[in-house]
Design a protein around this ligand. Structure first.
Ligand SMILES: Nc1nc2c(ncn2[C@@H]2O[C@H](COP(=O)(O)OP(=O)(O)OP(=O)(O)O)[C@@H](O)[C@H]2O)c(=O)[nH]1
Ligand SMILES: [Mg+2]
Length: 608
């Protein structure tokens, strides 16, 4: 038996990165008066995490709920960056329809394809929204055709191909079913009510699959998902069915439904609605909360395999323990294990070294966000060079490949192509898009590491690139690493303007005068191949410091500040990054020059 829960709609907002999902969710919250007028602020309210605000991207999917014309609309905002695709895939389980946003200038991009494919596979009703029609040179009609092509190439059914389309601008606050600007976003809201099917509410014993986790310091871990069948009640004893069929018993303590940007405590939640459950003892994402007596699990959630790995170790630099709160391998290990509980696309393995763990993820950003989060929590870490995960299939060496899209002004196109080709990328599509060239490549994931910063330098910062994992294919041969060597500090101490000034023609620096350094720390880039150990702490007597410091310092180029992810892309196999709450330093893994050379020699000998 099943009925429909007519008073509910569950939609997920999906798109490529930056196409305007969070802006749209904010507009929906505003249109339905979730905020008092004075609460208006310029920032996106849904990007509530510190890192999200800082970077202007969504990292975690989030739930909100509004009431429109008497119907409750559960809205799920999803991240657009390819590294977080696993997250999108999971939370789509809560939705019955999706709003697929496509930028009216950029058109469908790699992640548009991925998220649409997942939505179609789950048979969710799509509503297409061509967003940002306020942009100059945008091409909404053409883009609409491109979206149709995309549906077609994904083997959409007749019904899915007949998708409804809205046009508008989240920024300017309107969406209409034609290109004619409307007053506000009500045409889209009406469309959601009409076009997205109400959730099917199956009758019978309880089934609710946990699709995401929330955490509160008062309530502990909170299980979030859609009640698929039956009713869930406060204080109800339940069974938890795990992916492998194991069943444990637990009890619901408190229940919440989503309301506005927050949650409201309720006594019971019926099939069709989304819900947050507090008080369950032990659970993982993908588990089903089921009837106590006759538990039945829902199909297991499979999430794409990790493609990249990186070592996480305790900080073993001379500055160990100076900056962080959590510095032991025990701390590190507990934190990493905790992460895998909610971050399904991430895996952790022990290594031969008790102080080092191997962490597997979906890409530089996925791993980088974890490092960045841990740093803010007070951890000290040493992280190694990210490496892609290879496989051997039928005796053949295979590696991950990605679809790479670069949009770049005409004048820079050949440079971009040259750069990508040197990294074993193959050009598949080249077409003009306004004044831009649209380039599509197939490239080993390896070749992408460090590409972005090079590409931006080569194209005066004009190139826009994005990529998406496509699959494993045969290994494509060696790809050149960083071509220049680094400048290394010779002695521990404090860098001086005097030394930096003297060495300026050798390369550029990652540090300013007055920074603490240690032997073997990477303080700059050499102009040429090969590493150079330099004296960076040389200075005139302290009494002269001010005078010499000030006149030398005025001529010193400011340091090049690399973000964590840039450092991750910069370092080579014999280097690592020291991450502490306030500092990110690059260094040689072996700090001592003699020992480093010895290790190098024995490695070369072993390779022969
Ligand atoms: N011109 C224009 N810009 C827009 C519009 N909607 C959003 N933007 C801008 O596009 C950028 C990205 O918007 P977001 O809403 O954060 O995009 P998102 O899809 O949530 O991005 P991720 O969560 O990182 O994938 C912001 O700078 C917005 O101000 C629009 O309709 N027109
Ligand atoms: Mg967003």
């Amino acid at each position: 038996m099943a009925g429909n829960n007519e008073n509910i709609r569950n939609i997920a907002i999906i798109a490529h990165v930056d196409h305007g999902k969070t802006t749209l969710v904010d507009k929906i919250l505003h249109a339905t008066k979730v905020f008092k007028d004075h609460q208006e602020s310029g920032e996106l309210i849904m990007d509530s995490n510190d890192l999200e605000r800082e970077r202007g991207i969504t990292i975690f999917s989030k739930n909100a709920a509004v009431t429109y014309k008497g119907v409750k609309i559960n809205v799920i905002d999803t991240p657009g960056h390819a590294d977080f695709g696993g997250e999108v895939e999971r939370v789509l389980r809560m939705a019955d329809g999706v709003v697929l946003l496509v930028d009216a200038f950029e058109g469908p991009m790699p992640q548009t394809r991925f998220v649409l494919q997942k939505a179609l596979q789950l048979n969710l009703r799509p509503i297409v929204v061509i967003n940002k029609v306020d942009k100059p040179n945008c091409r909404p009609v053409e883009i609409h055709n491109d979206v149709f092509e995309l549906f077609f190439s994904l083997d959409a059914t007749e019904e899915q191909l007949d998708f409804p389309t809205y046009y508008g601008s989240g920024k300017h606050g309107w969406f209409n079913d034609s290109l004619e600007p409307s007053e506000d976003i009500t045409p889209l809201l009406d469309g959601i009510l009409k076009l997205v099917p109400p959730p099917i509410a199956y009758e019978g014993t309880l089934q609710m699959q946990i699709t995401s986790l929330d955490y509160s310091s008062y309530q502990g871990r909170i299980a979030v998902g859609k009640v698929a069948r039956g009713v869930i009640r406060e204080n109800q004893p339940v069974s938890i069915v795990q992916a492998d069929g194991t069943i444990t018993r637990s009890r619901v303590k408190e229940l919440f439904v989503f309301e506005g940007m927050g949650k409201r405590k309720v006594q019971e939640v019926f099939a069709g609605d989304l819900c947050a459950v507090v008080g369950l003892d032990d659970f993982k994402i993908g588990d089903t909360i089921a009837d106590f007596e006759t538990p039945e699990g829902l199909p297991v959630i499979a999430v794409d395999e990790p493609t990249m790995s990186m070592t996480f170790g305790i900080n073993n630099s001379p500055f160990f323990g100076k900056d962080g709160k959590f510095v032991t391998s025990r701390h590190l290990r507990d934190r990493l294990v905790k992460e895998t509980e909610k971050n399904l696309a991430m895996k952790v393995e022990e290594t031969q070294n008790a102080d080092t763990f191997l962490v597997y993820g979906r890409g530089i950003l996925h791993l980088g966000i974890l490092v960045e989060t841990m740093r803010r929590e007070g951890y000290e870490l040493t992280i190694g060079q990210p490496t892609v995960i290879e496989k051997v299939v039928d005796g053949e060496r295979m590696e991950p490949y990605e679809n790479l899209v670069i949009d770049v002004p005409e004048a820079f196109a050949s440079r971009a192509i040259d750069l990508v080709t040197r990294r074993k990328g193959e050009l598949h599509v080249m077409e003009s898009k306004g004044e831009y060239q649209h380039l599509e490549f197939e490239i080993p994931s390896r070749g992408l590491i460090g590409l972005r910063s090079n590409l931006l330098t080569q194209t005066a910062g004009e190139a826009v690139m994005s990529h998406r994992f496509t699959g494993y294919k045969p290994w494509k041969g060696p790809i050149p690493g960083r071509s220049n060597g680094v400048l290394l500090a010779k002695d521990p101490g404090t860098s001086t303007g005097y030394s930096i000034d003297k060495l300026q023609d050798r390369g550029f620096f990652f540090i300013d005068p007055g920074e603490d350094v240690y032997k073997g720390m990477i303080i700059g880039e050499n102009n040429r191949p090969g590493d150079l150990v330099v004296n960076i702490t040389e200075g005139k007597k302290l009494t002269n410091m001010r005078a010499s410091g000030s006149d030398a310092a005025t001529n010193i180029a400011p340091k090049r500040l690399l973000t964590l992810e840039e450092c991750m892309e910069y370092i080579q196999h014999d280097e690592c990054i020291e991450v502490t709450p306030n500092f990110i330093r690059m260094r040689k893994t072996i700090l001592d020059e003699e020992e480093r050379k010895k290790a190098q020699r024995s490695q070369q000998a072993a390779a022969l």
